[in-house]
Design a protein around this ligand. Structure first.
Ligand SMILES: [Zn+2]
Length: 188
């Protein structure tokens, strides 16, 4: 962004000089000048956004930045932040909400243990269960392939009859190399 902005400032500077030098065609020069100033604002605003997005993307697994919490009345009502997501992601969220007992025993290797204090893979999707049945969803899992895959595989294997112990072993094996430190999830 800064290079583009500098470039524009230089261009605007040149036009300023030209205004001084050449007063004959002031209206046109002013028009171009104001267009450039507006352009510069648009570009810097756009870049600020993309910079923020970059930071968010980069830090998705290292800070809490960008993780949204949203409460619905029950686990059967999905949060609004999933509205434009794929059916796959919605299904995984729904299934995860219904698999608390399993996913609380499965670690997540995306780095969320250190970055946002998650204790297990369930935390990547659900932040809190309220006494009245309300569910506070966490958007963390939406952009995290590791979180999503861990949940999807664990839930599928569990439905196919594997024990939690076996699934835990498989997940630990699958992510032990090349991934972040697992969440501090006690052994089964
Ligand atoms: Zn995670």
């Amino acid at each position: 962004m800064s290079i583009l902005r500098l470039y524009l400032i230089t261009v605007i500077g040149k036009f300023n000089i030209r205004i001084v030098e050449n007063r004959g065609d002031e209206t046109m020069t002013r028009y171009i000048l104001s267009t450039l100033i507006i352009l510069s604002f648009i570009i810097s605003a756009g870049c600020a956004n993309s910079e923020q997005n970059n930071i968010k993307g980069k830090d998705d697994h290292t800070t809490a930045m960008g993780d949204i919490a949203e409460e619905t009345s029950s686990m059967h009502e999905l949060p609004m932040f999933l509205k434009d997501q794929t059916d796959n992601i919605k299904t995984i969220y729904k299934a995860s909400a219904a698999s608390q007992e399993l996913l609380e025993k499965i670690p997540c290797y995306c780095g969320c243990g250190e970055s946002v204090g998650h204790k297990n893979n369930y935390d990547c999707f659900i932040r809190e269960n309220k006494k009245n049945g309300g569910v506070v969803w966490d958007s963390h899992g939406v952009n995290c392939d590791v979180c999503l895959e861990t949940a999807a595989q664990s839930i599928t294997d569990y439905q196919n009859g594997k024990s939690i112990k076996e699934i835990r072993k498989e997940i630990d094996q699958k992510y032990k190399e090349g991934y972040a430190k697992p969440t501090p999830t006690p052994q089964v």
